[in-house]
Write a protein that binds this ligand. Sequence first.
Ligand SMILES: [Ca+2]
Ligand SMILES: [Ca+2]
Length: 354
Amino acid sequence: MQAIQKIYLFDRKFDLSVRVILQWERSLIILGQKSRKTLFYLVRTLIVTNPYQKLQQRFKTLGKELTPSVLSDAQTYLGEWLQEHSQTLAKRRQLEFNGTLMQWFHWYLPADGRHWQTLKEQARELAAAGITALWLPPAYKGVGGGMDVGYGIYDLFDLGEFDQKGSIRTKYGTKDEYIAAIQIAKQAGLNIYADVVFNHRMGGDAEEEFEAIPFDFSDRNRQIGDIRQVKSWTKFNFPGRGEQYSSMKWSWWHFDSVDYNSHDPSYKAVFRMKDKSFETKVDLSQGNYDYLMGCDLDMNHPEVRGELKYWGEWIINTTGVDGFRLDAIKHINGDFLVIGWITWKRNSSATYLQ
Ligand SMILES: [Ca+2]
Ligand SMILES: [Ca+2]
């Protein structure tokens, strides 16, 4: 258990910023602002018991002007107070501090490969403005290569490192830039959340044939035709990456449904692989919302579960992210995420997940 990591006081151009950084278990909590008044407000948000009032009393003895000497005294007071009450603070829940998470991207960002670079440049400014955590976009290669927002996921292990889908970099930059940006952002005191797209895959490298049953797009419980031979882009060989980081190649049996049949492209249906079922514990829109798009992962397949678990460790160890934002969870078996993946991560990972 660690209570205090650092107290920062620094002068940025025309404003002075005070930032108090506590280490809460393994997560950073950042309180920051520009004025003494705001500093007092932030400290008051911590106040629920007498120890805080003692600190407040000491602040009241400071002058009205935000001078370097006042900041220096504030730093001293905070430092002493935090040391004195570190045990009490460490018992408090992080959520009581009401951090601010920023979605640090949007769909229509220019596909210029500069987003990670921009993060490096702006991380300190974001932290100084009071942002405590960033949700970053999916950082791996999508079917659209350097143009893909990231949700058309092709290869979880290609963070902008391999020549796949017409580009080495992703929409946001290269793997090296991504990792460097995360390091800089964490040094600035920001928590980093990676976007995790597990529900589907797109842009398969080859077509495969398999037997499947068509279901109504708007009612996934309604079979609309007989079992048939379906041909679809379900083979993922990752030729640009080879077997680096993972040797798993994906085939039709790692998925449970697709929406495209090359033998009859105009026939619209959700094709569920023979002998498979749609997953339970998903959103019940359309009768069963397991299928969303592309090749829908079969979370009951042991190789799929094993690979996603392995990737979770790999991405933490590779990038140092603090936690995850999980995409499309209403299309994924809740037991896989809550009982499976998240629990694995909590029990085995060196990083605390939110
Ligand atoms: Ca699904
Ligand atoms: Ca599925």
